[in-house]
Design a protein around this ligand. Structure first.
Ligand SMILES: Cc1cc2nc3c(=O)[nH]c(=O)nc-3n(C[C@H](O)[C@H](O)[C@H](O)COP(=O)(O)OP(=O)(O)OC[C@H]3O[C@@H](n4cnc5c(N)ncnc54)[C@H](O)[C@@H]3O)c2cc1C
Length: 568
């Protein structure tokens, strides 16, 4: 039977889900339904008001659907019949599916302020005609008020002022700085400086209270009493997941009223998947719900969906979150946690910076200063976040940092990572910011202490050699008495324990003693033995023993490091 896949949504998530599904299911019938005749690249919308003069230059090309043999239907899906496995459209047509993908995206939040319904108050809809109306009004305007200093508000303000230097542009932001939710303060200040250089007014720490005027907006009233003259108001205050269809179909919604999905991107109906702005997100770092909605996250989720439709092949590990913007020639971006967010979440972190030209020598054409801040967890040196400001090279650097975070790299590895450099393309190998920020952090990161308890001196030497370049301090105890003394006085971060110590059960005894005393419960025990499970005992995790993990001797370097990392 032919596989039938229906995708609702034709933007970042829907298109990527379709392409990925085609890769994994060459013979399937794939239909993509979307409402718009032409799909705007959403991230490019602010640039339609300055840099890019024509929406035609900012479209997701339909050719990509043709190329992947995906049938395009332009219509609105009005309902889903889960029992009959069909979707019904406004035109009256129905399409049947075996697997359905919801990529219905998000809608802009409209603040519930008095007067918000007045003419010339615009939110940021992904709709060409609506945005054309905004553009027409801006052409006639003298005063623009942008409510919200997040990345959408900031980009709109910058672009509108760039296009029309005579336009009086003011950003009203509730938080102390523009981009406060995305960046640490020093990065926000850089952005604000560039906005002010452009001629944009910033009123941070101010709350818009009402939109005032007869039929059309005349001014915006702030809680502080200020009145800002406005011919046009743009709302850039975030988005809300579009779950209308999903809710009506009885699918579970969860955090932030988004469509609930599991780690395989399945909704509460196992034949219906969801991806992109419409569905729940969770953090890569602590698995907590996340409100971040980005095209980059949408497309990764869609790649998971496309692969998983008929067999579960990919798992969502949570969003790291890579955000970047460009304001008046300045690239600014964040990947992972900011220092502020990490500390608020209770992480003990070390943040270090490195700056320098992003070409070498600095006189090379196209050279800009590039400032990189990296964030590491103090206890183990794990990379948790990065921020950049500077030239365009910072944009791709953020993606490299994201890959490093995803693969669990630690400061020592970032500092010795093998970059490539070229005068016309990158910073010099001596001043390479990513590496140097990690180098600066290393001396502040506490090396974790491993106590190895083993009487086989050759094996001890071999393990020490394996761990030479790893960020650990390795101490050794050769018998139980010595081990218990060191555990008590030095409180190691991990115990590497030979369970057949002294060829008696001294290792087992150490294990039992530590696991029965709450004071030592936080010390993971990685047990080792030449006796395998086949020999009749379960040397790893048996009840009488309760080590946290087990390695069979002789150990392979890669296994040893992997197991240690798992517990530190
Ligand atoms: C101004 C702006 C700038 C941005 N800049 C960036 C950026 O620089 N980087 C970044 O990563 N992210 C950026 N984002 C966020 C990004 O645009 C979104 O995360 C992304 O668009 C989400 O894609 P999506 O496919 O999930 O949803 P959407 O883009 O919202 O698309 C939803 C699709 O679903 C369709 N649809 C909905 N309901 C139905 C229905 N009932 N029947 C048929 N079709 C339906 C719509 O027609 C549409 O095609 C920006 C967003 C905005 C607004």
């Amino acid at each position: 039977m032919e596989k039938e896949i229906v995708i609702i949504g034709g933007s970042a998530a829907g298109v990527t889900a379709g392409i990925t599904a085609r890769r994994h299911h060459p013979d399937a019938k794939i239909t993509l339904v979307r409402m718009e005749d032409k799909v705007l690249v959403p991230c490019g919308i602010p640039y339609l008001f300055g840099t890019v003069d024509n929406p035609e230059k900012n479209l997701v090309p339909d050719a990509i659907l043709n190329k992947n043999n995906i049938d395009l239907v332009i219509d609105e899906v009005e309902s889903i019949d889960r029992a009959g496995k069909t979707v019904a459209m406004k035109s009256g047509k129905e399409i049947s599916y075996q697997k359905l993908v919801l990529a219905t995206g998000s809608l802009p939040i409209v603040l519930p302020l008095p007067g918000i319904e007045k003419k010339n108050v615009f939110s940021v809809k992904k709709d060409i005609a609506y945005l054309q109306a905004l553009s027409d009004e801006l052409d006639k305007a003298s005063d623009l008020v942008v409510i919200g200093g997040g990345f959408i508000g900031v980009e709109f303000a910058d672009e509108c002022k760039k296009k029309n230097g005579d336009l009086n542009v003011t950003i009203v932001e509730l938080l102390p700085h523009c981009l406060s939710l995305a960046c640490d303060e020093e990065f926000c200040l850089q952005v604000e400086k560039r906005l002010v250089d452009r001629g944009v007014n910033i009123l941070a720490g101010e709350r818009a209270e009402a939109v005032v005027g007869d039929d059309k907006v005349e001014y915006v009233k702030l809680a502080s009493g200020k009145k800002l003259k406005a011919d046009v108001v743009i709302l850039g205050v975030g988005v809300t997941p579009n779950t209308k269809l999903a809710s009506a179909a009885g699918l579970k919604t969860g955090e932030g009223k988004a469509i609930h999905v599991d780690q395989y991107m399945r909704t509460s109906d196992k034949d219906i998947f969801a991806c992109g702005d419409c569905c729940e997100k969770f953090s890569f770092f602590d698995r907590e719900p996340l409100g971040l909605r980005l095209a980059s996250i949408a497309s990764i989720e869609a790649r998971i969906v496309g692969a998983n439709l008929f067999e579960l092949k990919r798992k969502n590990e949570g969003a790291i979150g890579v955000f970047a913007t460009a304001v008046n020639g300045l690239t600014v971006g964040t990947v992972g946690l900011t220092e502020g967010a990490a500390r608020k979440a209770g992480y003990d972190v070390i943040a270090e910076v490195a700056s320098g030209p992003d070409r070498h020598p600095g006189g090379m054409p196209g050279c800009s200063e590039l400032h990189v801040k990296l964030l590491f967890e103090k206890k183990n040196g794990k990379l948790m976040g990065g921020q950049v400001w500077g030239g365009v090279s910072g944009g791709e650097l953020l993606n490299a940092i994201s890959a490093a975070i995803a693969s669990g790299m630690r400061a020592e590895e970032v500092a010795t990572f093998q970059m490539g450099t070229h005068p016309a393309l990158t910073a010099s190998p001596i001043a390479y910011q990513l590496v140097n920020a990690a180098e600066n952090a290393i001396c502040h990161i506490r090396k974790q202490k491993i106590l190895m308890v083993d009487d086989d001196r050759d094996f001890v030497r071999a393990v020490k050699a394996i761990l030479t370049n790893q960020p650990y301090l390795v101490d050794v105890a050769y018998n139980r008495k010595e081990a218990m003394k060191k555990i008590e006085s030095e409180k190691p971060d991990l115990l590497l324990l030979d369970i057949m110590l002294d060829e008696v059960d001294d290792g087992f005894t150490i294990c039992r003693e530590l696991k029965s005393d709450p004071e030592y419960w936080s010390i993971p025990i990685l047990a080792m033995s030449a006796i395998s499970r086949e020999a009749g005992i379960d040397p790893g995790l048996g009840d009488h023993f309760k080590a946290d993990d087990f390695l069979e001797k002789p150990v392979k370097a890669v296994d040893l490091i992997e197991k240690i990392r798992k517990h530190l």
